[in-house]
Design a protein around this ligand. Structure first.
Ligand SMILES: [Zn+2]
Length: 243
């Protein structure tokens, strides 16, 4: 959705787009989508009136947005046996093993299982502890894999990067600094492989082109001709990337 404006509702900036109709009736229609509000209004209705109507309908809008969010966000994990976790687009079944033989907790992949080994002592807040262990594993393994991907594409371009960071808190998917350091959001580990690949390609192309000009996009396109699809996926699905 190409939003033309934003309106503050419930403390949040909600994008909205106005589609002007040729109707002679002064009726205004609304549709709440995951990306914002679509308003259908006759040409004659001024923008200020649309904003007023939106403000008047804010309770309804908040309700609709909450509904959409509930539908779309996958249920958060409970961290129990049998739950499925996605790692770079592959599904893994959680398997918790408890034994006094384990001196310390271990997280690892075994074919299609994400295995968490726990010394039996862990009883209190066990699920919270498992969540923490899995999150740390995602951060560590995710960094290793993002590093491999970045090296792969950088080598093809004949470029090198310095450090690579996987950020736990980030409002952006990736960045490439002036001194050739790469940063990525850890949430990419939860996205499909072609999506994390796209973000890596994007930042690695910045090693060569420090802009978003034609040459830059040509570089991206060489590796990922469907990059626009990946951008769209990120825009529409970022709220589903939860551990
Ligand atoms: Zn960029």
């Amino acid at each position: 959705m190409h939003a033309t404006s934003e309106i503050i509702i419930d403390g949040k900036a909600i994008p909205y787009k106005v589609e002007k109709t040729r109707s002679r009736k002064w009726s205004v229609g609304f549709k709440v989508t995951p990306e914002g509000i679509v308003v259908r209004a006759p040409m004659l209705v001024p923008d200020i009136a649309i904003r007023l109507i939106l403000k008047n309908k804010q309770n309804w809008i908040v309700k609709q947005l909450n509904k959409i969010h509930k539908q779309e966000s996958p249920a958060a994990h409970k961290y129990i046996n049998g739950e499925v976790f996605s790692f770079f687009g592959n599904p893994y079944i959680l398997e918790i093993r408890e034994s006094l033989d384990y001196l310390r907790p271990i997280v690892m992949l075994e074919t299609d299982h994400l295995v968490v080994c726990l010394p039996l002592i862990v009883q209190e807040n066990k699920n919270k502890k498992i969540k923490e262990l899995i999150k740390n594993w995602y951060l560590k393994e995710g960094k290793r894999i993002m590093n491999e991907k970045s090296e792969y594409f950088a080598t093809i371009l004949g470029m090198k990067f310095n450090a690579l960071h996987l950020k736990e808190v980030s409002s952006i998917w990736g960045s490439c600094s002036r001194d050739q350091n790469l940063s990525f959001s850890w949430k990419l580990t939860l996205a499909p492989k072609n999506v994390s690949d796209y973000v890596v390609i994007h930042e690695v192309c910045h090693l060569v082109h420090k802009h978003h000009g034609k040459q830059f996009w040509e570089c991206v396109k060489k590796f990922e001709p469907n990059y626009k699809e990946r951008i769209k996926w990120l825009k529409e699905n970022s709220h589903t990337l939860v551990l």
